[in-house]
Design a protein around this ligand. Structure first.
Ligand code: NAD
Length: 373
């Protein structure tokens, strides 16, 4: 499945570290998620228990930028597939958002609740430092703002820290909020959220913040999380209706907002969807690219994930701008998300194509133009 390139070990951190970082390449025939990725780094440290994959998909637009996910994938292959798919999504996300970065993503295979020890994070920070100049990272599922701050003390290529642009999640949530309104406007000619039923899957950093925005404009929220305490909190804070995780997809709602993990929209789950719009923060919401066509044929408007959830990327990318971080400039760029989505919705409708195909086409056009320049 993986072949080690030469030299086997890219760079070992100085001192007594037991970390090794290998530059590997994947076998496309065995790994369908492999899409001519430019680089895959594999970090292992038996002492700290670190198994980390950094996948760099495409750097035509600039150095790779993408979050670090800490998740207990059921196998190494599942973690690798996640990293490959997520990094590819980051290439598209950056291209559509107009940020001068390429697509990369890191996955640490570990349980964020029980295995994310200081020693594991230190070891990962050493890996990041060794990749300085090739990969910038920020928080993603399983990594907190405090973790990002900790990593930043050892690796300069960590963004979205307290001393930098701050937590990207509320910015992502705000972009999703604006995107939901754009989808509503496209579908119903009004962006009023009053009484609009929205089913939110996942009440983490982004999902919670999104609920705050939606609640403020009087949306009727139905929520779920695998952490039942979060559901109880949301019931109190937003007057939300709580559902068990396995029933949220078929919830009676106008909009389904996936804000947990990817792969929730598939040919198996689409028939049970009651919502007419799918718009949320989760990366890789579609199990397969073709599922966007199935959504379209089912009369469901899909806001492509890497378009609607670009707020966090825009915010952390702003930290790396030549003049330094400028919050107002970053937010002005986030405010473009609904316009980008509206253009995609219209183009998709006129051409009778899935929104995902149109978004991918725009991203590829930009990358090809940059490559040719
Ligand atoms: P998070 O880890 O803070 O929250 C994820 C939440 O989902 C957790 O509360 C978890 O318990 C819950 N969850 C996991 N599996 C679930 C399931 N099957 N059903 C219901 N709930 C489940 O992560 P986050 O930062 O809020 O990110 C959420 C999603 O948005 C992820 O897919 C992430 O990649 C994506 N995203 C996040 C950002 C960002 O700025 N944080 C930016 C872009 C995309």
């Amino acid at each position: 499945m993986l072949h080690v390139r030469e030299p086997r070990t890219l760079k070992k951190p100085a001192g007594k570290s037991t970390l090794t970082i290998a530059d590997v390449t994947a076998d496309a025939a065995l790994l369908p998620a492999y899409d001519s990725h430019e680089r895959i780094w594999l970090g292992r440290d038996d002492e700290s228990g670190l198994t980390a994959i950094v996948a760099i998909h495409n750097t035509v637009l600039g150095p790779a930028l993408g979050g670090t996910r800490v998740w207990p994938h059921e196998s190494f292959e599942a973690g690798l597939t996640d990293a490959l798919r997520l990094s590819r999504g980051m290439t598209y996300k950056s291209a559509i958002a107009g940020t001068p970065f390429g697509g990369g993503k890191a996955v640490i295979i570990a349980d964020p609740k029980t295995e994310k020890t200081p020693s594991l994070l230190s070891s990962y920070a050493d890996m990041l430092a060794a990749l300085e100049g090739q990969f910038f990272t920020a928080e993603d599922v399983g990594l907190t703002l405090a973790d990002a701050d900790f990593l930043r003390t050892r690796a300069p290529n960590v963004v979205g820290t307290k001393s930098g642009s701050g937590n990207p999640s509320p910015v992502t949530a705000y972009g999703v909020f604006l995107g939901i309104k754009a989808a509503l406007r496209h579908r119903r000619g009004t962006e009023s959220l009053k009484g609009v039923g929205i089913a939110v899957q996942g009440l983490g950093s982004v999902g919670w913040s999104l609920c705050e925005n939606l609640h403020e404009e009087s949306a009727a929220l139905t929520v779920t999380d695998i952490d039942t305490a979060r559901i109880e909190e949301a019931k109190k804070a937003f007057g939300a209706k709580g559902l068990a995780p396995d029933t949220i997809l078929s919830a009676e709602a106008d909009i389904f907002a996936p804000c947990a993990l990817g792969g929730v929209i598939s040919r198996e789950t689409i028939p049970s969807l009651r919502a007419e719009i799918v718009a949320g923060s989760a990366n890789n919401q579609l199990a397969r690219h073709e599922d966007a066509r199935l959504l379209m044929e089912s009369g469901i408007l899909y806001a492509p994930d890497y378009v609607i959830n670009a707020g966090g990327l825009i915010n952390v990318a702003a930290e790396l701008a030549p003049g330094g971080y400028n919050r107002a400039a970053a937010m002005a760029k986030v405010a473009q998300i609904p316009k980008t989505l509206s253009d995609i919705f219209t183009r998709a409708e006129v051409q009778g194509r899935p929104t995902n195909d149109v978004a991918a086409e725009i991203a590829m056009e930009r990358i090809r133009t940059a490559a040719a320049a």
